[in-house]
Design a protein around this ligand. Structure first.
Ligand SMILES: [Zn+2]
Length: 342
């Protein structure tokens, strides 16, 4: 039978007893190793389920506590572990709880860490991948749905004359895009109830409002804004954005079982569209390169953003979707991007 030597303290006095610990059929026995004094040696038994065994740590001795507060200290960890193993003893409930409590915390923390990593890195990458893999017909359908929604809630027929619309359209169409595989697009002119605005829908519709054309009062600036939107389209930013927020909404739905969250999400997304800084920089760079290539000074785009920046907050939702306009205008005046397809 395996025996382990241990120090026994009765929990009342500081007196040390050298004992031998053995375990048989789930009962722990300790017997004092005969000393020199004449007192009767300690001898007691206790079911191991009633013992509290301290957690395994690398350096501290294992402590085994009896229900009455007496305890054992064992320095020989290896021998003790072997003893536990041969008796088929599992760590006591408290130890298991302690260990699983730590385990649970660790699991929780790593889950949170994984979610954070997925949210900031995995989700954008996955959305990007999905956005590029989606069939064009799907984007078309999605965009058409959005335009119908916007026409119902935010837009009216443009007040611009057909000639004016055609002139802007032809001018933009004549501009060569900076990269190959430029996306299919069509300009859609609308009068807006939500102020000066322009944005590209996944279908390739680039919505441009009468109000933003009027505010710009400079067709080169309008070309810059259209080029910026074409840049968003080229990178499929809105499609990615929708996939991302649908993914989040889908998770919310899974967790809370509320399908309406997904549906409710779409108009909010459209009216309060916020691209990431990276997406904006990509679209800016695309626009700057396009203007540059077509002999239009990128300053026109900088002026466009400065004009938008001067609007009172809430006047244009283009502002909320394009934060840091001032900083970006500054960058536009100095920075000349070199684009690459990827
Ligand atoms: Zn943008």
């Amino acid at each position: 039978m395996n025996a382990v030597s241990a120090k026994y303290f009765d929990g009342k006095s500081s007196r040390l007893h050298q004992v031998r610990l053995t375990v048989l059929d789930g009962i722990a026995h300790i017997d004092e190793i005969a000393g020199f004094d004449s007192e009767p040696g300690i001898s007691r038994s206790c079911a191991i389920t009633q013992l509290r065994v301290s957690e395994r740590t690398r350096h501290a001795p294992r402590k085994i506590t009896f229900p009455d507060g007496a305890f054992l200290e064992i320095n020989d960890q290896d021998a003790f572990n072997t003893l536990l193993k041969t008796t088929g003893y599992q760590d006591s409930l408290v130890v298991r709880l302690q260990q699983s409590w730590r385990g649970a915390l660790l699991a929780l923390l790593s889950t949170v860490a994984i979610l954070i990593v997925l949210y900031f890195y995995g989700l954008p990458v996955a959305s990007r991948y999905i956005a590029y893999a989606l069939p064009v017909s799907f984007e078309r359908k999605m965009g058409d749905g959005m335009l119908a929604y916007l026409d119902k809630h935010a837009f009216e027929k443009s007040a611009l004359s057909d000639e004016r619309q055609h002139a802007l359209q032809e001018r933009f169409q004549a501009m060569r895009p900076p990269l190959d595989h430029s996306p299919d697009y069509q300009l859609v002119f609308r009068k807006s109830k939500i102020g000066p605005n322009a944005f590209a829908l996944p279908s390739g519709d680039i919505i441009v409002t009468d109000e933003i054309i009027k505010l710009m009062n400079d067709d080169n600036a309008v070309m810059g804004i259209l080029a910026h939107e074409l840049g968003h389209l080229h990178r499929r930013h809105l499609t990615q954005r929708i996939i991302q927020s649908s993914a989040i909404a889908a998770v919310v739905t899974l967790v809370f079982g509320d399908v309406s969250a997904v549906i409710a999400n779409i108009p909010t997304l459209l009216l309060d569209l916020k691209y990431s800084r990276d997406a904006e920089t990509e679209a800016d760079d695309y626009a700057l390169a396009m203007l540059d290539q077509n002999g239009i000074s990128p300053d026109h785009l900088a002026i466009a953003f400065e004009k938008l920046d001067k609007l009172a907050p809430g006047v244009s939702s283009y502002l909320s979707s394009h934060p840091d306009s001032k900083d970006r205008a500054k960058r536009m005046r100095t920075f000349r991007p070199s684009l690459s397809e990827d």
